[in-house]
Design a protein around this ligand. Structure first.
Ligand code: PNS
Length: 163
């Protein structure tokens, strides 16, 4: 059993994430989509909400499950018997940052990082940008699953009412 992890914040999940998860699911026997649960970070969605959306979004992949993790990703990998961390690379700047993390992670545990080039149609996607555009009234309907769009729209409306 070759198990990989696709880690991230997923606040919220978008189509670029799902493309990488789907391609990882072809390469590995099992893929764990691991949501970083770091209380100190300011998120639009709670960890539970992010995991709910991911679970729904990944339901069509037979060998993908969703989990939360705290602390070091490498400790999660060791606990879960994970041999590879799969990361999507969008642009050259991603590589500089991701290479450093991959080397640090490899120094901490016997885990390889596998870089997957993002599909060109997703190379500009980032959850932070999607939230910014949606918050300013822009159309992000082609960038996230429909049920994520609904929750995103509702959350932005709540926030703008001060809820
Ligand atoms: O979607 P993001 O915010 O880019 O995801 C970043 C994440 C969660 C993958 C990264 O911050 C991470 O691995 N955090 C776990 C803590 C850790 O192991 N830090 C050392 C990294 S070398």
């Amino acid at each position: 059993m070759r198990r990989a992890v696709c880690p991230g914040s997923f606040d919220p999940v978008h189509l670029g994430h799902l493309d990488i998860v789907g391609r990882a699911s072809v390469l590995f026997d099992e893929v764990v989509v691991a949501v970083g649960v770091n209380a100190s970070k300011n998120r639009l969605f709670t960890a539970e909400e992010r995991m709910e959306m991911l679970t729904e979004a990944c339901a069509g992949f037979g060998n993908v499950r969703v989990a939360g993790f705290t602390g070091l990703l490498t400790d999660f990998c060791t606990d879960q018997g994970i041999v590879a961390i799969v990361k999507g690379l969008r642009v050259a700047a991603d590589f500089d940052y991701e290479l450093q993390m991959a080397q640090m992670n490899a120094s901490l545990a016997p885990v390889e990082t596998v870089f997957v080039p993002t599909a060109p149609q997703h190379s500009f996607l980032a959850s932070s940008l999607i939230k910014e555009v949606a918050g300013l009234g822009g159309d992000v309907s082609g960038l996230v699953p429909g049920f994520v769009l609904e929750r995103l729209t509702a959350r932005i409306a709540e926030r703008s009412r001060g809820a």
